[in-house]
Structure formats: C-alpha cells, structure tokens
Design a protein around this ligand. Structure first.
Ligand SMILES: Cc1ncc(COP(=O)(O)O)c(C=O)c1O
Length: 368
C-alpha cells in the first residue's frame, strides 16, 4: 500500500489533524546518543536509591502481571497529598494521562483553551479527538494570561490547560491568582493543571492546585503529575492525575489495561516516600538553576525566572543555530518559540555549557 492508500484508511480526526507543534530540530550528522542531555528537562541526579532497590526486588517476579488495582502505589501517592486512593489515577507517564483526558472528555467540536508557548502534547490529543484548540497569547512576562482566558471562555470551551510552572518558559502563576481562576471557571469546563515541574519550585506562592481541588468539589479540576522529572524516572514511565473520585473513575476507564509495570509501580511507590533523596535533588537543581541564570545574564541573555529544572532564555542570536552548535560541542539543549531552553545538569556540565554559549554567541554575533 502507498501512503495515500493508507491515509484513506485513517480515522477522520487523524486524517485532518494539523501538524504537531512539538519542537523539531536540525540534527545534521550528530549522534544524539552521544550528547550530554540538557534539552529534555530530565533529572540527571537520578532516582532514589530506594526506588532502584524496589526495581531489583520487583524485577524477578515480572513474569506475573502487576497489581492492576495499583494498591501500594496509589496509597503512597494519596498519602503524600492527604487524599484517599479514589482521587488517584495512574498511567505510563503523565503523557498517558493526557491521552486518557482526551479520550474521557473531548468530542469533535469541543474546544481546548491554553496559552502558548506551553507543553503541546494536549494539543495533539485534542486534535486526535476532533476538538479545536483556542490559543491565547501569553502575557509579556511569558506567564499564562488567566484573565484573558476567563474572558474567552464560551459554551464551546470544554477544557482549559494550565502548565504551572510552565514548560518551556519556567514561569509560574501564584496560588492566589490560580485559586481565583479556578473559582471563576464555569462548572462545566474541565480545568487541567499540569504540575510536572512543581516539586522543583522554591517560591512560597508556587503551590499545587491540589488544595483548591479538595476545597472546590463542584469544579472539575485535574492536577497532572509525573515521576519523570523531580523523581528522576523519565524512563520508568509513571504519571498520575489527582481529581475528585467521580472524575478519577472515568479517567481510569480510559487507560491502558495493565499499563504501569510491576517494576514501575514498586519504584514510584518507593520514590515518593524518599524525602531525603527529594531534598538532595531539590538542592542540586536550585543550585544549578541559580548558577545558570546568573551566568547567562552576565553573557547578555534575557533569562526568564524559573521555578523548574530548566531555564528559558534569549541569547539574541538564532536559537536553532545555538542549539546546533551546542550539539556539535556535545551538549543537547532545546530551541523553541524563538528562544532556547537549557535543563539543569551537574555543575561541571553547567560550567561547560556557559563556556560554549559564550563562544557560540561571540561567533554568531561576529557573522551577523
Ligand atoms: C509539562 C509537561 N507535562 C507532561 C510531560 C510528559 O511527561 P511524562 O509523560 O514523562 O510524565 C512533560 C514532559 O516533558 C512536560 O514537560
């Protein structure tokens, strides 16, 4: 069969789906496997030693299916947030939870609203379900414009997505503003708060929506969480959603049967309890983030204050070229929305990155 013939077999939504907004990159002959990772917001400080131990223990009995009720994992997550397990739905990464939300809630003609630039997976999901996407301009400080979003809600609006703190900008909305927004949103609009990076924050008002979700049971609020970032388990694939039990029940019906593996469940349950490792990761990331921000500012970059494990910056030269030249020197960073984003790494890699960035900016400015 040729591509056209296969295309005629596709479901309507996929056939008509616009191109993805996910970042693409110029790779040339660069071997991605050999690069130092400072481009995907991974946690180089790794997972909890207790999670590694749990994987070793669970691994020999992986001939059996995992506990499909996910009792231990759900209990560990629920306890962490002062909830009961009915509030918790898990999946293979928060990506799987994004898919489940689309399956559960989005129909053709529904509208998803968000600000850009943000993490675009939810856009692909919405379009795969035939929903349309309304993009609201971010404010000049690259924060979600919640006031504008509220004004733009119509009877078509089915879901609003707020990434807090936001990827790729690193910026955040304080809890008072978020609470006002959550209270003001109509009861039939699903409010999704993607908190993939919130554990890295240190600003006192950068807080999870979970307490508001508890206090506003009439509002369909979903907090989206992951073990991929703060818990250093991107390759393990565990994410979860926290929502009122009435919502969680439906989300759970939309996941993959036997989705989260035995080893992944064991690792995640151990990781969320290991507060000592969490404190170590937090300290390392804040230290690296402060260093990168200070040094990039000294090089003349515009740097956006970040509450995450990455920094969004404008080096005032072509961001795709900065990314490519950085890869030639052995470091992978991201280029998107007309700027660059670098993830915090070991201090020696952060220092190397700053040295290379100075060289690249100098070379690009000389040829401009
Ligand atoms: C904001 C945000 N949400 C969700 C994800 C998906 O993460 P995962 O599927 O690994 O949990 C990412 C990944 O980079 C992200 O940046």
């Amino acid at each position: 069969m040729n591509t056209t013939e296969v295309k005629s077999l596709l479901c309507k939504a996929l056939r008509e789906k616009p191109e993805t907004l996910r970042a693409s990159r110029k790779m040339g002959n660069i071997d991605f496997a050999k690069l130092r990772h400072m481009g995907l917001n991974e946690n180089v400080f790794g997972m909890s030693p207790k999670a590694l131990e749990a994987i070793s223990e669970a691994s020999p009995v992986s001939n059996l299916y995992a506990d499909w009720t996910q009792k231990d994992l759900k209990e560990a997550i629920a306890e962490n947030f002062g909830l009961t397990t009915e509030y918790v739905t898990t999946g293979c990464g928060s990506s799987a939870m994004i898919d489940a939300m689309g399956t559960a809630f989005l129909d053709p003609g529904d509208e998803l609203m968000l600000c850009m630039p943000t993490f675009p997976a939810i856009i692909d999901t919405a379009q795969m379900h035939g929903a349309t996407v309304k993009i609201i301009q971010m404010k000049d400080d690259l924060k979600f414009d919640l006031a504008k979003m509220l004004l733009e809600i119509t009877e078509k609006t089915k879901m609003v997505y707020i990434c807090n703190p936001n990827n790729p900008t690193g910026t955040y909305i304080g809890i008072d503003e978020l609470r006002k927004f959550a209270e003001s949103c109509p009861d039939d609009v699903i409010q999704v708060y993607d908190e993939a990076y919130i554990e890295f924050s240190d600003a006192p008002d950068c807080q999870s929506i979970v307490e508001c979700m508890k206090e506003l049971p009439e509002k369909p609020i979903i907090a989206l969480k992951t073990f991929s970032k703060f818990y250093g388990m991107a390759g393990v694939r565990v994410g979860y959603a926290l929502a009122q039990p009435e919502i969680s029940t439906w989300l759970a019906k939309c996941g993959t049967q036997f989705g989260v593996s035995k080893t992944s469940q064991a690792a995640a349950a151990a990781a969320i309890k290991d507060k000592e490792h969490g404190a170590y990761v937090h300290e390392q990331v804040v230290r690296g983030r402060d260093y990168l921000a200070k040094e990039m500012k000294a090089l003349g970059c515009d740097v956006y204050d970040s509450q995450t494990n990455f920094i969004f910056f404008n080096a005032h030269v072509d961001p795709v070229e900065v990314q490519y030249r950085m890869m030639e020197k052995g470091i992978f960073i991201s280029a998107q929305a007309g700027m660059n984003r670098v993830s915090v790494s070991y201090m020696e890699d952060c220092e190397r990155f700053i040295m290379y960035l100075a060289e690249i900016m100098h070379a690009l400015k000389a040829t401009a």
